[in-house]
Ligand binder design. Structure first.
Ligand code: NI
Length: 172
């Protein structure tokens, strides 16, 4: 396994539309393992393949690690089948938009289908953090960042802050 560099906004690759995974094979499992290791190293709870520069419809997640446990999950070719009319506003962050936290309104509950790490088709009924995180990560597969849900003003402020932080990092 190896840690891969995470792209940060406004890297144009983050705007790419990711392609369906054709086959769950050893190469994909290696990518899943690398993504999980990268996510753990960066202290994130979810990561989409495009965030490490791979435009495939794949994401990984672990919502248990904040409680000191590890329950890694992989979602291949995830697709939303149903979303509730009811919405919830949750403060979100993203490894590709470091140190920015903003409220985003999304459907409270969703039903989604995906292939797991073994290529088995599964359905998940999600609410709470799982619902938010799945929708956030699935947005990445369509080239959408959580800051794209904000007002134009808030989005440009967030982008400026990220770019300024990166310049400071490069200068130090
Ligand atoms: Ni993200």
């Amino acid at each position: 396994m190896s840690i891969r560099p995470v792209l940060t906004a406004p890297d144009p690759r983050l705007k790419a539309m990711s392609e369906d995974v054709a086959q769950v094979n050893d190469e994909l499992k290696k990518l899943i393992d690398d993504m999980l290791e990268t996510m753990y190293a960066e202290d994130g709870i979810g990561l989409a393949a495009i965030q490490v520069g791979v435009p495939k419809r794949l994401l990984v997640m672990d919502l248990a690690q904040k409680e000191g446990r590890r329950e890694p999950q992989a979602f291949v070719n995830p697709r939303i089948l149903w979303a509730s009319d009811e919405t919830t506003t949750v403060q979100e962050g993203c490894l590709s938009v470091p140190d920015i936290w903003e409220d985003v309104e999304r459907p409270t509950r969703i039903t989604a289908e995906f292939l797991d790490r073994d290529g088995t088709l599964k359905t998940v009924e999600a609410n709470g953090l799982l619902s938010t995180c799945l929708q956030h990560e699935m947005d990445h597969l369509n080239g959408v960042l959580f800051i794209d849900h904000l007002s134009k003003l808030k989005r440009s402020m967030a982008l400026r802050k990220v770019q300024k932080a990166r310049r400071l990092e490069q200068a130090s």
